[in-house]
Design a binder for this molecule. Sequence first.
Ligand code: SAH
Ligand code: SF4
Ligand code: F3S
Length: 502
Amino acid sequence: MKYWDFDTIYRQAPTSEPERQYYFIEKIHAILKDKFQDAVASGNAEKRYGKEKLNELLARKQIGTFMVRTFGCQMNARDSEKLSGILQQAGLAVSEDETADFVIYNTCTVRDNANQKVYGHLGYLQTIKKKNPQMTIALCGCMMQEPTAVKRIQKSYRFVDLIFGTYNIFKLAELLFRCQAEKGTVIDVWESTDQVVEDLPAERKYPFKSGVNIMYGCNNFCSYCIVPYVRGRERSRRPEEILSEIRRLANDGVKEVMLLGQNVNSYGKNLAEPMTFSELLRQVNEVEGIERIRFMTSHPKDLSKDLILAMKSLPKICHHLHLPLQSGSSRILKIMNRKYTKEQYLELVMQIRQAVPDISLTTDIIVGFPGETEEDFEETMDVVRKVRYDSAFTFIYSKRTGTPASIMDNQVPEALVKERFERLLREVQQISSQVCGRDVGAVQEVLVECENDHQEGYVSGRLSNNLLVHFPGDASLIGNLVPVELTEAKGFYYIGKMAKRS
Ligand code: SAH
Ligand code: SF4
Ligand code: F3S
C-alpha cells in the first residue's frame, strides 16, 4: 500500500457541506481501492471473498462489501438508505449478511427489547470479527445517543470501531476516513443539531417506493418516550427540498412516497416561512409520476380539519391513517402528556370516517403505563372496540431512563401487565380479522412489490389501505399499479385476481 498522508488530507477538506462529505467519499474510495488492489495482488482477496465473488467485485469495479442492519422505525430505515448510499458511492458492494468488510448497525432504543437485540447481535459480530479482524464495525442511531449505552460498548464490546449518533449520519464518509487514520474506537456523538444537510446520495430498498423525511426530531415529550432525547428538537425540511427530492424520485420511477416524521401534523411550524402539513400534501399531490402518498406518524393532538379535507379531496393520498392512541384512559393520557382525551380522540375518528368512509385506521397502544388501573385498561379496550382498528401495534410499557415516567413510583407489576397485554392482543386480532375482510369482491388498485416467495406464479402487492394482496402474475408487474379483484380474505391479507381496468 502506498503512503497516505492522513493529516494533510484531513486538513485540506472543504469546510462546507455536503462538499466536505463528497471529498471524503472520494478519499475513502482511493484508500480502500489501494488496499483492495494489494489484497488482489497477494491472493488474500480471493481467500477472503472466494473466486466468484471477487470476479464479480472486479467486474463491477467495487472494492469491498458492506451491510447496514436497521433496528427500529421507518425513520431509521430511511437513515440506513442514506448510509448505504454513501457506502455505495465509495465503491462498496451490498452484502446480505455480516460477513461484509463494513458492518453498520443502525440502532433503536424506544423499548428495552430494542437495546437487548443490539447487544445480542454484537455477540454474534464478535465471533465474525475474530475470523476477519480486518472488518470495520460501526454502531449508530438512537441507542448511541445514550451515554450509558456508549459506555457499556466501550467497556464490554471493544471490537467496535466506530460509534456515531442520529444527528451526524451524513458524516459517515468522514468518520470512516478517521477510522482508517486513527487507532482505537472513533466516537462522534452530537448532543443536538439545528443542521439539515441536503443532497447526499441515498439508496432505495425498492425501486418503486421510497420514504422521504419531511422533518426530524420531536417536541412532544410524551412522558414515557425517549425519542425527543435521542432525536432532538423538531426540524422541518424546507418544502423546496422535499419537493425536488420527490420530483427526482418520480423521474427515477418511484410511484409511492411515504412522508416521514415523528409528528407530521406539526410540519412546517418552525420554518422561516411557516407552512402546514396539508399545504405540503397539496404540493406533493401535484408531482407528476407519483401515484400514491402515505405519511407517518400523525399525532392526534395536531390533526387539523384541513388535513381531513386534504385526505378527502387529494386523489393520491392513500386511505390509511396511523393514529396512535397509546391509552384510552383520559387520566392516563394526561399523565402521558398526550394532550387529548378519550372523547377528543373518538370525535376525531368520527370526523375522519365521515370524510373518508373507507379509511383504514391503525394505531399504537401501550399497556402497563405507571399507575394504569383495571379501569384505565378497560377504557383502552373500549376505544379498541369502538374504533375497530384495521390493525394495532401493542406494546408493553418499557421504562426509559431519563423520561419522566421512569421515576413514577407506581409501576404496574409485570404479571398484571402481561395478562392485560394478552387480553388486548386477542381483542385487537379478533377485530382486525373481521375488519380486514370487508372489501371482498371489490376491485382495487394494487402496487405490485415482489414475486410471492411461497406460491410460484403469484405476485404480492399493497392496497391503498396498506393491506397485502397475493394474486397470480409475473415479475413484469413489479412496480406497477394494477386493478385486482379481491376474491378471498385471509385475515390479514387477501387473495385476488387481476381485473380489467374500469
Ligand atoms: N412519534 C410516534 C411514535 C414513535 S415511537 C407517535 O407519537 O405516534 C413508536 C411507538 O412506540 C409509540 O407510538 C409508542 O406506542 C411506543 N413506545 C414509545 N415509547 C415506549 C415505551 N417507553 N414503552 C413502550 N412503548 C413505547
Ligand atoms: Fe415519542 Fe410522543 Fe414524540 Fe411520538 S410524539 S416520538 S411518542 S414523544
Ligand atoms: Fe427507535 Fe429511534 Fe425510531 S428510538 S423507534 S429508531 S426514532
